[in-house]
Design a protein around this ligand. Structure first.
Ligand SMILES: [Zn+2]
Ligand SMILES: [Zn+2]
Length: 93
């Protein structure tokens, strides 16, 4: 496979997806990267591994918990346990 030029979805800069990289990605069953190496490392630096956590109070049991997303104001937020419980309830409903 020849090198491919891919426009970065973030900064629109063209970067080279080399033959060697393609092999690695292919072996790992990964999709071709959409971001240039610069944006990719920036994304990692901003904490791919340490996602932002938002403190919440469960609407159901009143327990404090942390969720990886910004809770919507005025919408019920559930702690992990209640969320799991509500999910399995939906499955069996
Ligand atoms: Zn980029
Ligand atoms: Zn709860």
């Amino acid at each position: 496979m020849p090198d491919v030029e891919i426009p970065c979805v973030q900064c629109k800069e063209i970067f080279i997806f080399t033959e060697k990289e393609q092999e690695t990605f292919y072996q790992r069953n990964m999709m071709a990267p959409q971001r240039c190496p610069k944006c990719r490392s920036k994304k990692m630096a901003t904490g791919e591994n340490a996602p932002t956590r938002f403190e919440i109070v469960c609407d159901h049991c009143g327990k404090h918990d942390q969720v990886p997303f910004q809770p919507k104001v005025g919408r019920a937020v559930l702690c992990r346990e209640c969320f799991q419980a509500s999910k399995s309830r939906m499955k069996f409903a």
